[in-house]
Design a protein around this ligand. Structure first.
Ligand SMILES: NC(=O)C1=CN([C@@H]2O[C@H](COP(=O)(O)OP(=O)(O)OC[C@H]3O[C@@H](n4cnc5c(N)ncnc54)[C@H](O)[C@@H]3O)[C@@H](O)[C@H]2O)C=CC1
Ligand SMILES: O=C(O)C(=O)Cc1ccc(O)cc1
Length: 284
């Protein structure tokens, strides 16, 4: 690849740039964004070769353009790219939701380019910004691509190769299925962690509660330190699937509450055994 343009050089875009540069996969990486200071840091860190504050200039002549901003700004970013994205340029993204991103790209560009391949690396962390970027972030991790039925097959293959060069294993999935699965495995856990910490922080004894919080609390709530803007946008752009998961979970929480209130030890044991067996099988 000759030129890669990354719009939004933060944790995810910056890590992809670092991985591809290390692999010698592209000759030039152009960063685009709206924050000059953070783009300058990306340049100083050797993440990008140059940057543009104007998205249009950044994407002109790029072989591949990666949208790596929070999903809430994708439509406006795409609007700024109108008329600048070459017909053969491949467009992809890293957003945590897919149906809304496809809609945003279509609304922003006024059409869905056949060279658009939606994507989502299932790798990340609770820290945001280019300072947190690392070349190894995608090593051995999964990336889901949700190629569109009318999309160009060669473009999908090129995006697959790009992620593989960054060390990832690529899988394909339909857009709607992606959003349903991720609502369960990623969105729900983040929302539970945020709500737990927020809920405890409103108790009078919060100083004491957090002073005596043990390892389990840290493990469970690490992701509550994730970027609030990013998670607001994910919630607003995958509402139906997330609400369905919250309802499902609330039902189970009610069962748990009843079992504890009713001193139903058998029910509690069954629940905990099922959870332990499942986690040991899938995460062990
Ligand atoms: N953080 C994570 O663990 C993961 C995040 N994602 C997705 O990746 C995307 C980026 O997330 P992160 O890299 O974590 O966030 P980040 O905050 O580290 O980076 C986002 C970048 O976008 C820039 N940006 C924001 N608004 C912009 C605009 N209007 N125009 C141009 N640039 C703009 C910011 O200045 C920043 O450099 C999100 O869509 C998120 O859903 C996907 C997988 C994992
Ligand atoms: O910090 C973690 O462990 C994560 O789970 C990061 C993450 C956040 C959002 C995604 O869409 C994918 C991965």
């Amino acid at each position: 690849m000759e030129r890669l343009a990354i719009v939004g050089v933060g944790l995810i875009g910056g890590s992809l740039a670092l991985a591809l540069r290390r692999a010698g996969y592209c000759h030039e990486v152009v960063g685009a964004g709206r924050d000059r200071a953070s783009l300058q840091r990306a340049l100083d860190m050797g993440v990008i070769d140059r940057f543009e504050l104007d998205v249009c200039s950044a994407v002109r002549g790029a072989d591949v353009v990666v949208l790596a901003t929070p999903v809430g700004v994708i439509e406006s970013v795409c609007r700024s790219m109108r008329g600048c994205l070459g017909d053969t340029s491949i467009l992809t993204d890293v957003g945590s939701v897919k149906a809304a991103v496809v809609q945003a790209v279509e609304a922003g560009l006024g059409r869905l380019p056949t060279h658009f391949v939606p994507g989502h690396p299932i790798a990340g962390r609770e820290r945001a910004g280019v300072e947190a970027a690392e070349a190894d972030l995608y090593q051995g991790r999964r990336v889901i691509l949700t190629p569109l039925p009318e999309g160009d097959v060669t473009a999908a293959l090129a995006v697959k190769r790009m992620w593989e060069a960054a060390g990832a294993q690529v899988e394909n999935m339909p857009v709607a299925h992606h959003d349903e699965v991720l609502a369960a495995t990623s969105h729900l856990p983040h929302l539970l962690a945020y709500t737990l910490v927020s809920s405890l922080s409103r108790l009078d004894e919060q100083e004491e509660i957090f002073r005596y919080a043990a390892g389990g609390f840290r493990d469970f709530t690490r992701i509550a330190s994730s970027d609030p803007v990013m998670w607001r946008d994910i919630c607003l752009h995958n509402r139906d699937d997330i609400v369905a998961m919250l309802r499902h979970f609330r039902g189970d929480l009610d069962i748990l509450e009843k079992a504890i209130a009713g001193a139903d030890g058998d029910r509690l044991l069954t629940l905990f055994q099922r959870a332990k067996q499942t986690r040991d099988r899938f995460c062990g």
